[in-house]
Design a protein around this ligand. Structure first.
Ligand SMILES: [Fe+2]
Ligand SMILES: [Fe+2]
Length: 153
């Protein structure tokens, strides 16, 4: 885990129980973009969302927790799905939300943020400030993964 996240005691205390959960740990097995695992990507999104939410007076606890869980889909999205249903980009927010709700009690803000994190690709508008923050943090983390990958090439 990235040291800067662990060293931020407030952030860590908000997400510690999620990070120690076996289902969340399973995300380490799946590659997200390039060298980044789903676990590392979610941790990154969570931390950026937490920082943005603090800066913009939003619910930073829900932002941090939704960030950890937003991609809890637990499959290799590059391989065809056995059930052949739906495109990953559109279906994975619902899969992640269902998986997260089996493990943790989630408030309405966290649920909306997970379900709408692909907006504007998925057209239904996010309901809360935190949901918009997660969409931004997710795109920013993905952008950084791309830059990191290009630099290494
Ligand atoms: Fe996602
Ligand atoms: Fe993501």
């Amino acid at each position: 885990m990235d040291e800067k996240y662990v060293n931020d005691k407030e952030f860590y205390s908000i997400v510690e129980d999620l990070l120690n959960n076996d289902t969340v740990q399973e995300m380490k097995k799946y590659r997200h973009h390039f060298e980044t695992s789903c676990y590392d990507h979610c941790l990154c999104v969570s931390y950026y969302a937490y920082k943005m939410a603090k800066k913009w007076n939003a619910d930073y606890t829900s932002a941090a927790r939704a960030g950890i869980l937003h991609d809890l889909f637990l499959y290799d999205w590059r391989k065809p799905r056995p059930d052949g249903k739906g495109l990953h980009a559109f279906r994975h927010p619902r899969v992640a939300l269902n998986n997260a709700m089996k493990e943790f009690p989630l408030n309405k803000v966290e649920q909306d943020a997970i379900l709408k994190h692909m907006w504007p690709l998925t057209v239904v508008l996010p309901k809360y400030k935190v949901s918009y923050i997660i969409t931004l943090a997710d795109k920013y983390a993905t952008f950084l993964d791309n830059v990191h990958h290009l630099k290494r090439k």
